[in-house]
Design a protein around this ligand. Structure first.
Ligand code: HEC
Length: 203
């Protein structure tokens, strides 16, 4: 009986020693059961990742000074009053849109711009009439009908007063497309035959 007790206490001492030893060495993590759960892969919210690169609007180029194949050159003017003044000289780099592209441009306008400017561009969008965004520009007024496309692109790229920048929502090509749509619509309003594109793109 005594022998068994001595043997048992040895076993307990060895077990305790093993347990304490296994916790002691910080450099040796030992075995991890399901490491993917113990060490989860951290993703930074809003950090560029490979998925974002699949996105047509992905604008964060890996090497500074490079552009994607087929993309338009970067807009050269700075976001200040001198840049705004010079923007009138900037020409639309796109050829006139065909009817399919114009439909797409109208769809982009209705998604991004009509919430303030309204589908007819007369500042009757819900954010304007609801008073959430004051002083929304009525793009059917003469001052905007006569506004050079470069200035429009400048304001849509950098934002102006209560209007934010659309550089991250719309690629450079899409911004120019939307501006062609604005210009076409302004001419149609001036000629008295405006018809807004259906925002669902089914018309
Ligand atoms: C959140 C509301 C809002 C949205 C959305 C919006 N705008 Fe505007 N926009 C404004 C306001 C407000 C002004 C008047 C800015 C000023 O001159 O104070 C303005 C002005 C403009 C001007 C005149 C710029 C100038 O230089 O005077 C153009 C062109 C224009 N918007 C086009 C667009 C286009 C195209 C879109 C969509 C890509 C768009 N806006 C989306 C609120 C908006």
């Amino acid at each position: 009986m005594k022998k068994i007790r001595i043997l048992l206490s040895f076993v307990v001492i060895i077990a305790l020693a093993t347990m304490m030893n296994s916790c002691g060495n910080k450099r040796e993590p030992g075995r991890t059961y399901m490491p993917d759960m113990a060490y989860s892969r951290a993703y930074e919210a809003y950090a560029p990742n490979n998925l974002a690169k699949e996105n047509i609007n992905y604008v964060d180029y890996p090497v500074e000074g490079t552009i994607r194949r087929g993309d338009l050159f970067p807009y050269p003017l700075p976001n200040d009053s001198a840049g705004y003044a010079m923007s009138a000289q900037i020409k639309d780099p796109l050829p006139p849109l065909d009817s399919t592209e114009m439909k797409e441009a109208g769809r982009l306008f209705n998604i991004n711009c009509a919430i303030c400017h309204g589908p007819n561009m007369d500042a009757q969008g819900p954010l304007a009439t609801g008073g959430k965004i004051p002083a929304v520009a009525n793009l059917t007024l003469t001052q905007y009908v006569n506004m050079p496309v470069g200035t429009m692109f400048h304001s849509v790229t950098y934002g102006k007063n209560n209007m934010g920048s659309y550089a991250s929502q719309l690629s450079r090509r899409q911004r120019w497309m939307v501006i062609q749509y604005v210009k076409q619509h302004q001419l149609a309003v001036a000629a008295g035959k405006a018809s807004a594109t259906d925002s669902t793109g089914t018309k």
